[in-house]
Design a binder for this molecule. Structure first.
Ligand code: UDP
Length: 237
């Protein structure tokens, strides 16, 4: 077994990643497959935490465009991420991966509140910590929350699971000539407006010298392979 390249990482999963082939909500098979991949990484001895998005259920901007106050709509978006976090916890626990959910919006009868030191202790004990409710603040995204939590938890890298195996010059699903980058700088990402993470998240990662690894979350075992330096991915440094 090849040694892992990082000791402690944060995995960002968008709501879309949990949707599989569906138009809305969660696809059980997809959530299960991702849980298996996380289990593989935990088995390498890597400490793993996860930030889940909520776009498969509700996005604040969509609510605001239909006339709702943005801050209110964002609260709904953050609650959507809690549902995804609970689904991910169930899938992980079903395959015997001890998991804790911590929410940035306290809801003590459902999960723990976000407490950085406690989250760190869970990870030291080999538990996967799933961070829910983003940053707890409206007008932010779960990408930014992922960069924030990764910095707070002193992670070695932020893994962004996407639909393709890295960052391309154009959408490879639409443009066959799109070129895949092996390495990029944070400034390249910002300057070329590559739609992988939002600018606030990239800036936060840059300030904290946090590498971003972009890989295909739907390729079975890709998270584990990339953790061993294998397979296809893009590193942003
Ligand atoms: N959200 C928020 N603050 C945060 C993170 C998320 O208000 O710190 C809300 C926002 O409305 C967002 C929704 O939660 O649209 C779902 O998160 P996101 O769109 O980032 O999910 P993803 O695209 O990763 O599925």
């Amino acid at each position: 077994m090849t040694a892992p390249i990082y000791k402690r990482v944060l995995l960002k999963l968008s709501g879309e990643a949990l949707m599989g082939g569906r138009d809305y909500g969660l696809d059980n098979g997809t959530v299960r497959a991702i849980a298996e991949d996380i289990k593989g990484v935990v088995a390498l001895g890597v400490e793993v935490c996860v930030v889940v998005g909520g776009g498969n259920i509700f996005r604040g901007v969509a609510g605001a465009s239909s006339g709702m106050e943005r801050a209110q709509a964002d609260s709904m978006g953050m609650l959507a991420t809690v549902m995804n976090a609970l689904a991910m916890q169930s899938a992980l626990e079903r395959i015997d991966v001890p998991t804790r959910v911590q929410s940035a919006i306290p809801m003590s009868s459902v999960c723990e509140p976000f407490i950085r030191r406690r989250a760190e202790r869970h990870m030291e004990k080999g538990r996967v910590v799933v961070f829910a409710a983003g940053s707890g603040n409206p007008f932010f995204t779960t990408d930014t929350a992922a960069a924030l939590r990764a910095a707070e938890m002193r992670c070695d890298a932020l893994f962004k699971g996407t639909q393709v195996d890295g960052v391309y010059s154009a959408d490879p699903r639409k443009n066959p000539n799109a070129e895949r980058y092996t390495t990029l700088t944070y400034l390249d990402m910002l300057a070329r407006d590559l739609a992988v993470m939002d600018a606030a998240a990239i800036s936060l990662a840059r300030e904290n010298k946090l590498p971003i690894i972009v890989f295909n979350i739907h390729e079975p075992g890709a998270f584990t392979a990339v953790m061993q330096g294998e397979g296809r991915f893009t590193t942003v440094v």
